[in-house]
Design a protein around this ligand. Structure first.
Ligand code: FAD
Length: 577
């Protein structure tokens, strides 16, 4: 059977596309997803949970071999030591990132999308994308010109009367520091603190799979969803992509269609292009791959938001209980660093009132600052081998722009001031600079061993204060103490260079742009330059990462391109065999 559209990857973007394109009965849509299904009524508990921290670390839903470098890699100095490889969770499950992410549902600044348009994504300025953000959501709390009421993704906020003592204390500290309270993070974009908007319906997570591929959509005769199916290559006839090779439950298969859409995410979409001869000529030759389309931008200028955390021990009465909320992050702050070139709201703070599902996690709070408007655009995805089973080489090169390092240093000092303020001093003790290390990740996996270990540690931490301080300094702190980084600028810089990580917002590795921009990989409707019948639609095509968590910007992007595809095929009706 030939399909009108074969979508490779059923993540945030792929779920939107499959749903919208199959709404037209003359289309025949095939969605291929490497991971497992999450059918309505049988969503795994870790995914459905409104506490997202267990899905983050659940290997059933990840590309488990993927490792990345976040620190800057010096390619000019072959003798420079390579920074360490770190785990970097990328979803391998229907719904993709939206099935395992932190459920934060925000859009970014109007200036972000005006910048997209200025960088060559014509027609993607703020006024043009706002209707698609509205189309994505059904806001349970707010009805005004900023919000949608009929979209597939329900969003809400955890109201103040369900905040724990810690969250309330941070809000009070923000207020005393002069920040304004904003009831709506996604309303008029200005600095202030707010209850974060989240993609839950009150009871459970609303992933793109749940929202867009509901029972009604799945019942369509013209939509086939094939999970446990990993695309291994693209089939070309001349310059036209006519299908996909894939492994379905261990069996090699071929699928043919009028158009293939890669929605495999910002790491796997460029890797697929590279393996199929679309990318920088030098790298393709080095790998022995025949060049099909010379596109220097493929895999280049990968981005994420650099972030740093300051943690502390929460006194017992101020801890978050499940009765209040299972979620860990209830409150956020947008502020301006004041550097002249950055737009307002270039910095973000997420307030986590628990740091993991286990007993120690409930005792530890974190203030997580990230550079929302980052200037580090020097990451890259390259092939490690031509074998489709191998993960690519991924280097984020976070902090490649000095302005990001400087803002994380001043951001850390700002977090410290909040941490030491009277409202927080009343409910927390023992602040420490935190690192989201592989050790923290390992103890974050849900299993009985971790449950018992953390219970034992938690009992000790709730014991005498001197024992607690000793335990935190000896076993929790990795390298730098709070006092060291506060008293010594060099120690602060060294800590930030070492501990800065991304926040899973991999993006921009196959950017949209004008035909005369040599680094543009796709046009403004996701078509890959130099070939036919092939698009990329996912976080890869962002012209620059917006001042936002990336799920909603991806959903918006997929909605907008789905509309363009439907408009285009309505103009040129074409029979599908
Ligand atoms: C742990 C985590 C926490 C996050 N927290 C937040 C948050 O709180 N808020 C927010 O807005 N954003 C968050 N994000 C980011 C956001 O979820 C992602 O930016 C977004 O989901 C990316 O969408 P995508 O469609 O580009 O890719 P994905 O959603 O990653 O989808 C890609 C899909 O393609 C599949 N795939 C890849 N290769 C193949 C192949 N060869 N064959 C078949 N299938 C393939 C993958 O299995 C995956 O399902 C988080 C992400 C992660 C991982």
């Amino acid at each position: 059977m030939d399909y009108s559209h074969i979508i490779v990857g059923g993540g945030s973007a792929g779920s939107v596309l499959a749903s919208r394109l199959s709404a037209r009965s003359s289309n025949r849509v095939l969605l291929l997803e490497a991971g497992q299904d999450t059918p309505p009524g049988q969503v795994p508990a870790a995914i459905a949970d409104t506490y997202p921290g267990t899905a983050y670390f659940d290997p059933r839903f990840h590309w488990t071999s993927l490792k990345v470098r976040t620190q800057v890699v010096s390619h000019n100095d072959p003798n420079a030591p390579l920074p360490p490889l770190r785990k970097y969770e990328q979803a391998r499950v229907l719904g993709g990132g939206s099935s395992i992410n932190g459920q934060m549902a925000n859009r970014g600044a109007p200036t972000d999308y005006d910048e997209w348009a200025a960088r060559g994504a014509e027609g993607w300025h703020w006024d043009a994308v706002l209707p698609y953000f509205r189309k994505v959501e059904r806001d349970l709390d707010i009805q005004d010109e900023w919000h949608g009421q009929d979209g597939p993704i329900t969003v809400t906020r955890i109201p103040e009367d369900r905040w724990c003592g810690h969250t309330k204390a941070v809000a009070e500290a923000f207020r005393q520091a002069g920040y304004k309270y904003l009831p709506d993070q996604n309303g008029f974009f200005e600095d202030g603190y707010f209850p974060v908007t989240v993609s839950i319906d009150g009871k459970q997570r609303v992933s793109a799979a749940l929202g867009y591929l509901n029972a009604q959509v799945r019942a369509r005769a013209n939509l086939t969803i094939s999970t446990n199916t990993q695309a291994s290559g693209l089939i070309f006839e001349g310059a036209r992509c006519v299908g996909v090779t894939a492994v379905v439950d261990g069996q090699q298969r071929q699928f043919r269609g009028r158009e293939v859409i890669l929605s495999s995410g910002a790491i796997h979409s460029p890797a697929m292009l590279l393996r199929n001869g679309i990318g920088p000529v030098g790298h393709l030759r080095e790998m022995g791959i025949e060049v099909r389309s010379a596109l220097p931008g493929v895999g280049q200028r990968l981005m994420d938001h650099p972030s740093i955390s300051l943690s502390s021990f929460i006194r017992r009465p101020a801890r978050l209980t499940d009765a209040q909320s299972r979620r860990h992050i209830l409150l956020g702050l947008r502020y301006s660093s004041g550097i002249p070139e950055a737009p307002r709201g270039d910095m973000f703070v997420a307030v986590a009132s628990k740091s993991a599902w286990h007993s120690v996690g409930q005792q530890v709070a974190s203030l997580l600052a990230f550079v929302n408007k980052t200037y580090s655009e020097a990451g890259q995805v390259r092939l490690a081998s031509t074998d489709w089973r191998d993960e690519p080489v991924v280097e984020f090169n976070l902090l490649s722009d000095r302005r990001d390092l400087d803002r994380l240093m001043s951001g850390f000092r700002m977090l410290a001031a909040i941490q030491l303020s009277a409202p927080l001093a009343a409910v927390t003790t023992d602040p420490f600079p935190a690192a989201y290390s592989d050790r923290v990740r390992a103890i974050g996996v849900v299993n009985e061993k971790n449950r018992w270990i953390t219970r034992a540690i938690a009992t000790l931490l709730d014991g005498p204060p001197a024992l607690r301080s000793w335990l935190i300094e000896k076993y929790v702190v990795e390298g730098f103490t709070f006092r060291q980084v506060m008293e010594d600028e060099d120690a602060l810089e060294a800590f930030i260079r070492k501990a800065t990580i991304g926040v899973w917002h991999a993006s921009c590795s196959c950017r949209m742009g004008r035909d005369d921009d040599p680094m543009a990989v796709v046009d403004t409707e996701g078509r890959v330059r130099g070939v036919e019948g092939l698009r990329v639609v996912d976080a890869s095509i962002f012209p620059v990462v917006p001042c936002a968590n990336t799920n909603f910007p991806v959903l918006m992007t997929a909605e907008k391109i789905a509309d363009a595809i439907l408009a285009e095929t309505a103009r040129v009706p074409e029979a599908v065999a």
